[in-house]
Design a protein around this ligand. Structure first.
Ligand code: HPA
Ligand code: ZN
Length: 326
């Protein structure tokens, strides 16, 4: 139908995407085979059947297990290249993506291997498809401050390749305050900061991300609606929220997409964007996220256009590039 075509063809930016979360089962089996690594599941179908999550942690356990088969620079290249091919077909023209170095360095893969594979694919995507990009290094919040500091040290030689640092993984019990000193150091080194907050965790974690980590965007942020003062603050400071509808549905952050707060948030003057988070696990890339939220909430072309414009406003593209899109 015409609204789906509209979604497909309109140029978009993706701002909340974990590259490890784009690992499609078929590619996972291919890479496992060439690296002679075992997968717990016998087939692509068996693996896909395991994608049935009651909360964030159940997803994370499977997500980290999947990443185990990534060993060589070529593996990280292939992973990233597959994602870029996919979004290129969906008219995504700019991406700001997360990678989780500790997921790999903790199992003996070098930081250099990870970032070189990802970065060279991003450069090739820019050359071949014209997709511009920013890279965000995300700390795993279930690990300790020392591990995050060590990761930051490893990133310093690649400062020119990494725009920002972020915070992801198990939210409840791992508040932003745990990483205040790491984020202060990261800012001193010139990195922008963002953090996942208020996905499962309370609105207080969003306050901490703003006040202690000085974030420029909140990833997810659904729970801000529990606190009217916070909503006003986010609107006043124009701090974007990178929302992920299908992720919210699959991780039971919302019971039904009809309950998704995206429209309520727009009415409260929040700068909200639509993103795919971990598309290989949650059943859809950018267009499927736009389409399912459009179906559930009966969004108009005008509302979709506003969301798309928001994706450029909230991006870190140079001002003159943004102007063309908004
Ligand atoms: N939340 C927290 N950590 C994550 C996510 C998420 O949605 N995706 C990948 N790591
Ligand atoms: Zn995320």
């Amino acid at each position: 139908n015409s609204i789906n075509k509209f979604i497909e063809y309109i140029p978009k930016a993706e701002l909340h995407l974990h590259i490890e979360g784009t690992f499609e089962p078929e590619l996972m089996f291919d890479i496992a085979k060439r690296n002679q690594k075992k997968i717990k599941y016998n087939s692509v179908d068996d693996l896909k059947n395991a994608y049935n999550f009651n909360n964030l942690q159940e997803f994370l356990d499977i997500y980290y297990a999947g990443a185990n088969v990534l060993i060589k620079e070529q593996d990280f290249y292939d992973l990233t290249w597959a994602y870029l091919n996919k979004v290129n077909q969906q008219n995504v023209i700019h991406v700001e993506i997360f990678f989780d170095p500790q997921t790999h360095t903790d199992r003996g893969i070098s930081f250099d291997t990870v970032i070189k594979g990802i970065y060279s694919a991003l450069e090739d995507g820019k050359k071949q498809f014209g997709i511009t990009f920013k890279l965000i290094m995300s700390f795993l919040r279930h690990l300790d401050e020392d591990s995050a500091f060590k990761t930051l040290e490893e990133a310093l030689p690649y400062k020119n390749w990494i725009s920002a640092v972020g915070l992801d993984s198990s939210e409840i019990g791992n508040p932003p305050s745990k990483f205040e000193r790491v984020f202060t150091k990261a800012r001193e080194e010139g990195f922008i900061t963002v953090a996942h907050a208020g996905e499962e965790g309370p609105s207080e974690y969003i306050w901490e991300a703003i006040n202690l980590l000085k974030v420029k965007r909140i990833d997810h942020g659904n729970r801000c609606l529990d606190d009217e003062t916070l909503v006003k603050k986010l609107a006043q400071l124009k701090i974007p929220l990178t929302l992920c509808p299908l992720s919210n549905l699959e991780l039971k952050v919302v019971k039904d997409l009809k309950d998704h707060p995206i429209v309520e948030m727009m009415h409260k003057d929040l700068l909200v964007t639509v993103n795919s988070d971990d598309p290989a696990y949650f059943g859809g890339y950018m267009n499927e996220n736009y389409q399912s939220i459009t179906d559930a909430l009966d969004l108009s072309k005008k509302e979709i256009t506003e969301l798309v414009k928001n994706s450029f406003k909230a991006s870190w593209l140079p001002e003159e590039e943004k102007e063309k899109r908004i």
